[in-house]
Design a protein around this ligand. Structure first.
Ligand SMILES: [Zn+2]
Length: 185
Protein backbone atom coordinates (compact mmCIF):
# COMPACT_ATOMS: atom_id res chain seq x y z
CA UNK A 1 0.00 0.00 0.00
CA UNK A 2 1.46 3.32 -1.03
CA UNK A 3 -0.12 6.71 -1.56
CA UNK A 4 -0.35 5.71 -5.20
CA UNK A 5 -2.68 2.79 -4.39
CA UNK A 6 -5.98 4.72 -4.44
CA UNK A 7 -4.94 6.43 -7.67
CA UNK A 8 -4.16 3.06 -9.26
CA UNK A 9 -7.67 1.96 -8.23
CA UNK A 10 -9.05 4.97 -10.09
CA UNK A 11 -6.93 4.06 -13.09
CA UNK A 12 -8.40 0.56 -13.02
CA UNK A 13 -11.86 2.10 -13.35
CA UNK A 14 -10.63 4.40 -16.13
CA UNK A 15 -9.07 1.54 -18.09
CA UNK A 16 -12.32 -0.42 -17.78
CA UNK A 17 -14.13 1.86 -20.23
CA UNK A 18 -11.09 3.24 -22.07
CA UNK A 19 -11.11 3.60 -25.84
CA UNK A 20 -7.60 4.20 -27.30
CA UNK A 21 -7.02 7.50 -29.07
CA UNK A 22 -5.12 7.23 -32.38
CA UNK A 23 -2.04 9.38 -32.97
CA UNK A 24 -3.18 12.48 -34.82
CA UNK A 25 -3.22 16.24 -34.65
CA UNK A 26 -4.81 17.65 -31.49
CA UNK A 27 -8.51 17.72 -32.39
CA UNK A 28 -9.17 21.04 -30.64
CA UNK A 29 -6.23 22.53 -32.63
CA UNK A 30 -5.04 24.00 -29.34
CA UNK A 31 -2.01 23.85 -27.07
CA UNK A 32 -2.52 25.00 -23.48
CA UNK A 33 0.26 26.47 -21.32
CA UNK A 34 -0.68 26.63 -17.65
CA UNK A 35 0.58 26.52 -14.07
CA UNK A 36 1.37 23.17 -12.44
CA UNK A 37 -0.87 24.15 -9.48
CA UNK A 38 -3.13 21.23 -8.58
CA UNK A 39 -6.16 23.55 -8.47
CA UNK A 40 -5.92 24.63 -12.10
CA UNK A 41 -5.78 21.40 -14.13
CA UNK A 42 -6.76 22.44 -17.69
CA UNK A 43 -8.31 19.02 -18.40
CA UNK A 44 -10.89 19.76 -15.71
CA UNK A 45 -11.16 23.55 -15.93
CA UNK A 46 -11.47 23.57 -19.74
CA UNK A 47 -13.11 20.18 -20.09
CA UNK A 48 -10.36 18.79 -22.32
CA UNK A 49 -10.77 15.23 -23.56
CA UNK A 50 -7.96 12.85 -24.53
CA UNK A 51 -6.52 13.74 -27.94
CA UNK A 52 -7.82 17.32 -27.92
CA UNK A 53 -4.84 19.45 -26.87
CA UNK A 54 -1.27 19.04 -25.58
CA UNK A 55 -0.87 20.79 -22.21
CA UNK A 56 2.48 22.24 -21.09
CA UNK A 57 2.67 23.03 -17.39
CA UNK A 58 5.32 24.65 -15.21
CA UNK A 59 5.49 26.95 -12.18
CA UNK A 60 3.28 29.92 -13.06
CA UNK A 61 2.50 28.73 -16.59
CA UNK A 62 5.33 30.99 -17.76
CA UNK A 63 6.54 31.02 -21.37
CA UNK A 64 10.12 29.97 -20.70
CA UNK A 65 12.65 29.03 -23.37
CA UNK A 66 11.85 25.36 -22.64
CA UNK A 67 8.14 26.01 -23.33
CA UNK A 68 8.98 27.86 -26.56
CA UNK A 69 11.18 24.94 -27.63
CA UNK A 70 8.34 22.45 -27.03
CA UNK A 71 5.87 24.55 -29.04
CA UNK A 72 8.33 25.04 -31.91
CA UNK A 73 8.87 21.28 -32.01
CA UNK A 74 5.13 20.49 -31.84
CA UNK A 75 4.52 22.85 -34.78
CA UNK A 76 7.23 21.12 -36.79
CA UNK A 77 5.83 17.70 -35.89
CA UNK A 78 2.29 18.71 -36.83
CA UNK A 79 3.44 19.92 -40.24
CA UNK A 80 5.55 16.84 -40.91
CA UNK A 81 3.23 14.14 -39.69
CA UNK A 82 -0.16 15.55 -40.38
CA UNK A 83 0.21 17.36 -43.69
CA UNK A 84 -3.21 17.44 -45.29
CA UNK A 85 -4.94 16.73 -41.99
CA UNK A 86 -4.30 20.14 -40.51
CA UNK A 87 -5.23 23.48 -41.97
CA UNK A 88 -2.26 24.56 -44.13
CA UNK A 89 -2.17 28.13 -42.83
CA UNK A 90 -3.32 27.57 -39.26
CA UNK A 91 -1.67 24.82 -37.27
CA UNK A 92 -2.96 25.60 -33.80
CA UNK A 93 -3.61 28.25 -31.20
CA UNK A 94 -1.55 28.38 -28.03
CA UNK A 95 -3.61 29.52 -25.02
CA UNK A 96 -1.42 30.84 -22.21
CA UNK A 97 -3.40 30.61 -18.95
CA UNK A 98 -2.20 32.28 -15.75
CA UNK A 99 -4.23 32.22 -12.54
CA UNK A 100 -5.04 34.18 -9.39
CA UNK A 101 -3.55 33.12 -6.01
CA UNK A 102 -0.53 31.63 -7.79
CA UNK A 103 2.06 30.22 -5.39
CA UNK A 104 4.80 31.79 -7.50
CA UNK A 105 3.44 35.19 -6.35
CA UNK A 106 5.59 34.89 -3.21
CA UNK A 107 8.62 35.13 -5.49
CA UNK A 108 7.73 38.73 -6.32
CA UNK A 109 8.88 39.58 -2.78
CA UNK A 110 12.68 40.12 -2.95
CA UNK A 111 13.32 38.86 0.58
CA UNK A 112 11.33 35.64 0.09
CA UNK A 113 12.99 35.15 -3.29
CA UNK A 114 16.46 35.59 -1.83
CA UNK A 115 15.68 33.03 0.90
CA UNK A 116 14.32 30.60 -1.70
CA UNK A 117 17.43 30.98 -3.85
CA UNK A 118 19.75 30.40 -0.89
CA UNK A 119 17.85 27.36 0.38
CA UNK A 120 17.36 25.63 -2.97
CA UNK A 121 20.40 26.68 -4.97
CA UNK A 122 18.13 27.86 -7.79
CA UNK A 123 19.33 31.03 -9.52
CA UNK A 124 17.44 34.12 -8.34
CA UNK A 125 16.90 35.20 -11.96
CA UNK A 126 15.00 31.98 -12.67
CA UNK A 127 12.80 32.59 -9.64
CA UNK A 128 12.03 36.15 -10.79
CA UNK A 129 11.13 34.79 -14.21
CA UNK A 130 8.56 32.37 -12.80
CA UNK A 131 6.77 34.84 -10.50
CA UNK A 132 3.09 35.57 -11.20
CA UNK A 133 1.93 38.34 -8.85
CA UNK A 134 -0.60 39.88 -11.28
CA UNK A 135 -1.77 37.21 -13.75
CA UNK A 136 -3.39 39.79 -16.07
CA UNK A 137 0.02 41.50 -16.45
CA UNK A 138 2.22 38.41 -16.73
CA UNK A 139 -0.03 36.70 -19.26
CA UNK A 140 0.34 39.72 -21.58
CA UNK A 141 4.13 39.60 -21.22
CA UNK A 142 4.18 35.88 -22.00
CA UNK A 143 1.91 36.12 -25.06
CA UNK A 144 4.32 38.77 -26.43
CA UNK A 145 7.31 36.63 -25.57
CA UNK A 146 5.94 33.69 -27.51
CA UNK A 147 4.73 35.77 -30.48
CA UNK A 148 8.17 37.36 -30.87
CA UNK A 149 10.14 34.13 -30.50
CA UNK A 150 12.24 34.04 -33.68
CA UNK A 151 11.60 30.38 -34.47
CA UNK A 152 7.84 30.31 -33.80
CA UNK A 153 5.93 29.10 -36.88
CA UNK A 154 3.90 31.90 -38.52
CA UNK A 155 1.02 29.38 -38.59
CA UNK A 156 0.71 29.35 -34.80
CA UNK A 157 -1.51 31.91 -33.07
CA UNK A 158 -1.31 32.85 -29.39
CA UNK A 159 -3.90 34.04 -26.88
CA UNK A 160 -3.80 34.93 -23.16
CA UNK A 161 -6.27 34.10 -20.38
CA UNK A 162 -6.65 34.31 -16.61
CA UNK A 163 -8.26 31.62 -14.47
CA UNK A 164 -9.90 32.92 -11.29
CA UNK A 165 -9.52 30.41 -8.47
CA UNK A 166 -12.38 32.06 -6.56
CA UNK A 167 -14.99 31.71 -9.31
CA UNK A 168 -13.70 28.90 -11.54
CA UNK A 169 -14.03 31.24 -14.50
CA UNK A 170 -11.48 31.77 -17.30
CA UNK A 171 -11.47 35.22 -18.93
CA UNK A 172 -9.59 36.21 -22.07
CA UNK A 173 -7.01 38.94 -21.55
CA UNK A 174 -5.33 38.84 -24.98
CA UNK A 175 -7.22 37.81 -28.13
CA UNK A 176 -5.56 35.26 -30.39
CA UNK A 177 -3.23 36.64 -33.03
CA UNK A 178 -0.43 35.44 -35.30
CA UNK A 179 3.22 36.53 -35.10
CA UNK A 180 2.59 38.92 -38.04
CA UNK A 181 -0.06 40.70 -35.95
CA UNK A 182 -3.16 39.46 -37.78
CA UNK A 183 -6.09 38.38 -35.66
CA UNK A 184 -6.90 34.70 -35.49
CA UNK A 185 -10.45 33.62 -36.24
ZN1 LIG B 1 0.23 28.89 -10.07
Amino acid sequence: MTRMTPLLDRNEQFAGTYVPVALGPPTAQMIVVSCLDHRVDPAIVLGLQLGEAPVIRNAGGRVTQAVIDDIVYLAFLAEQLFAGQVDADRLFEVAVVHHTQCGTGFLADPEFRHQAAEATGLPEAALVASAVADPHATVKVDVERLLTAPNLSPKVSVSGHVYDIATGRVTTTVDARYPNGSRAA
